[in-house]
Design a protein around this ligand. Structure first.
Ligand code: CA
Length: 241
C-alpha cells in the first residue's frame, strides 16, 4: 500500500472508533485486524455468531464487520437480532457468497453494506468510512432529536437537559419514536416494536402509554412532541417556534 494512496478522512478520528470483527477464520480476522489497527482503529474480535451478538450488546462497538457463515449463529441472524433490539450499530456484512439473493437478504436484515470475499483492503477501508459518515458515531449509542436525548445503553433520557424518569416500556416507546422521527407510526408498528409480538385485536394500551409519555415529556412546559393523526398513528415531531 503506497503512502500516496492513503487518503484519511478528516471527519473520522479512527482512534475513537471501536470496530468489532465477527469472523471464524482466524487468518482473515488477523489480516483485517492488522489493517484496521494500522489505520488507528480500536479493534475487538469474536469468533462465532453468538459470541459476536453478546459482544455487540456488551461492548457497544461503533461498527461491526460481520461474516455471514459463522458457527453457532449465522451472520444474518446476528444482524436480525441486533436490529430487533433496536440498536442502530452500523454493520457491514462480509460474505463469500456473491449471489444477488444473499446480498439482498443481508440488507433486508438491516446490514448497512456488504462486501464480497476476497476484497481489497482499500475497498474495506473506504466502505467503513462511508458507513461511518452515513451513521455518525453518536448514533450508535445515543439518539438525539431536537431537545430530546436518549442513551440507549444506560437507558437515560433527557429533554432540555431535564432527566426523564421513564419506566421500561415508556423508554422503549420513546426510543422507537426517536429511531423514526417525523413520520407517522401505526399502533401495530409501535406495539410490535415495544412489546415484541403482534398487536392482537382492540386494545388501548398504546393510547395509555402515549399519554404517560406525553406527560413525562412535559409537553405543557416544553412544547408538543407527539402528534396524533386519525388512521395514520403517532408522530414524533417538534415544530420550531
Ligand atoms: Ca466464516
Amino acid at each position: 500500500m503506497s503512502a500516496e494512496l492513503k487518503v484519511l478522512d478528516p471527519v473520522i478520528n479512527t482512534k475513537d472508533i471501536k470496530v468489532l470483527i465477527i469472523e471464524d477464520e482466524a487468518q482473515i480476522t488477523r489480516l483485517i485486524e492488522l489493517e484496521l489497527k494500522y489505520e488507528g482503529y480500536n479493534v475487538i474480535t469474536a469468533t462465532d455468531g453468538l459470541e459476536g451478538l453478546n459482544s455487540i450488546r456488551e461492548s457497544m462497538p461503533d461498527l461491526v464487520l460481520l461474516d455471514c457463515m459463522l458457527p453457532n449463529m449465522s451472520g444474518e441472524e446476528v444482524c436480525r437480532q441486533v436490529r430487533n433490539d433496536l440498536m442502530s450499530t452500523p454493520i457491514i456484512m462480509i460474505t463469500a457468497k456473491d449471489s444477488i439473493e444473499d446480498k439482498v437478504k443481508g440488507l433486508d436484515y438491516g446490514a448497512d453494506d456488504y462486501l464480497v470475499k476476497p476484497f481489497a483492503t482499500e475497498e474495506l477501508l473506504a466502505r467503513i468510512r462511508a458507513v461511518l459518515r452515513r451513521k455518525p458515531k453518536s448514533e450508535a449509542g445515543t439518539l438525539q432529536y431536537k431537545d430530546l436525548w436518549l442513551d440507549q445503553f444506560n437507558r437515560l433520557a433527557k429533554r432540555s437537559e431535564h432527566e426523564l424518569e421513564l419506566r421500561s416500556k415508556e423508554f422503549s416507546l420513546l426510543r422507537v419514536f426517536m429511531l423514526h422521527p417525523e413520520q407517522y407510526l401505526t399502533r401495530e408498528f409501535l406495539f410490535s416494536k415495544v412489546w415484541g409480538y403482534d398487536f392482537i385485536g382492540e386494545s388501548n394500551v398504546i393510547e395509555v402509554y402515549i399519554r404517560y409519555l406525553r406527560s413525562k415529556l412535559k409537553e405543557k412546559q416544553y412544547g408538543k412532541l407527539i402528534h396524533t393523526k386519525r388512521g395514520e398513528g403517532y408522530m414524533l415531531k417538534q415544530f420550531d417556534s
